[in-house]
Design a protein around this ligand. Structure first.
Ligand code: PLP
Length: 388
């Protein structure tokens, strides 16, 4: 089971710790000596329930999830979150407001929040875009004073994508009361930065994210929801309000009630997340993770800044630069191609930018070590010195 690993900076699905994968590989074939692997047992067996509960426990401990919030898993990835969030929170708003159809506020700060807003709109929800940075190439997050005010009387939630994986911006501060009305819930897509830093969960109505970047494999989506947001009208009431009934596979109350086993949860994928979160806890928990992620990103940005005009960091404002996805360009396609091919010769891989923006993207998720980042930095220095 040994492998010769490159230093992989891919944006996702991303690298996982090799000791976790080795353990998982064994558990895929024969879990705890029962003669069957974790992909082969019923999702409601005691063994499977223990896997779900252990994974949940580790996750809650790492992120310090308060009792006011519930953690559950669904299939479907981040994209399914675009619709599940809108369906469920519109239903909850209707429950609290005599069947009223909610407005949904979206901050469009990159291609993922843009997709989320468009999906909610496509499904017929009443979307209000409060900021849209498309014209500036999604390269900054303006201050809240420049966002359109939220209609506090009719809005269920403000949706943000905490870390824009393609464009390289990240929210470093949660919108405070000066912008976000008290009765409007904050919803965040944390698909690409969940468990990469401390988060005050109590400030959010809902957080969700696919597992495949920082915490595991594709196939599992993590949701953290304020318990008071789980109440919904009956299907009959929803129909009488003229509102869409939530598809059952996306129905949050059913998922919570069934401890994430309303339908078949990928138990093996859940187990990988259990192993990853156990390792993170053993290595010092969220404080240690955040410290290491800050260190990795600071080192990389500082190195790129040494060569202005040769390396161009897409996000000029350091206050909103992503710690997870460092996006930069070189001055021509040819030089970029050479950068990628010489990097690959040094076993520095996964560095090509997203197809929509090009350039270079170094993703520094939890499993990327400081040592790998130091090697990348050495290469960046050498390449600039040789070519600028
Ligand atoms: N949201 C963010 C921030 C992402 O980075 C991604 C994928 O990279 C998605 C949503 C979509 O995730 P999925 O492909 O799991 O649907």
């Amino acid at each position: 089971l040994n492998r010769d690993e490159p230093h992989h900076f891919g944006a996702g699905p991303a690298k996982l710790p090799s000791d976790v994968l080795k353990q998982a590989a064994l558990d895929l074939v024969n879990y705890q000596g029962v003669g069957l692997g974790l992909g082969e047992i019923g999702h409601r067996t005691e063994t499977a329930i223990n896997v779900i509960n252990d994974t949940k426990k580790n996750f809650k401990e790492l992120l310090n999830v308060p009792d006011t919030h519930e953690v559950f898993f669904l299939q479907g990835g981040g994209t399914t979150g675009f619709s599940s969030v809108a369906y469920n929170l519109v239903a909850n708003y209707a429950k609290k407001h005599d069947g009223k159809k909610a407005k949904l506020a979206y901050a469009v700060t990159g291609s993922w929040s843009d997709k989320a807003a468009k999906e909610a709109s496509r499904l017929g929800f009443d979307v209000d875009v409060v900021v849209d940075t498309k014209e500036g190439g999604y390269s900054n997050i303006p201050s809240y004073s420049d966002w359109k005010p939220i209609d506090a009387d009719s809005t269920a939630y403000l949706y943000v994508c905490d870390n824009e994986t393609v464009n390289g911006t990240e929210f470093k501060e949660v919108p405070d009361k000066s912008y976000l009305p008290e009765n409007v819930e904050l919803v965040a897509d944390m698909s690409s930065d969940i468990l990469s830093k401390k988060v005050d969960v109590s400030k959010y109505g809902l957080i969700y994210g696919g597992a495949q970047k920082n915490v595991g494999l594709a196939g599992l989506t993590i949701y953290i929801i304020k318990k008071s947001l789980l109440e919904q009208p009956t299907d009959k009431e929803m129909a009488s309000y003229g509102l869409p009934i939530v598809p059952i596979a996306l129905h949050f109350p059913s998922a919570v009630k069934a401890n994430s086993t309303y339908n078949t949860i990928p138990i093996f994928t859940c187990h990988i997340m259990g192993l990853v979160t156990k390792k993170l806890l053993d290595n010092g928990g969220i404080d240690a993770i955040e410290k290491q992620n800050n260190e990795k990103a600071a080192l990389l940005y500082k190195t790129l800044e040494k060569y202005p005009g040769f390396y161009n960091i897409r996000v000029a404002n350091p206050a909103v630069r992503s710690n997870m996805n460092v996006v930069f360009t070189l001055n021509s396609d040819d030089v970029q191609k050479r950068f990628l091919s010489e990097a690959s010769e040094k076993k520095l891989t996964g560095l090509a930018g997203h197809r929509s923006v090009g350039g270079i993207r170094a993703s520094l998720y939890n499993a990327v070590s400081l040592e790998s980042v130091k090697l990348l930095v050495d290469f960046i220095n050498q390449f600039a010195e040789k070519n600028q």
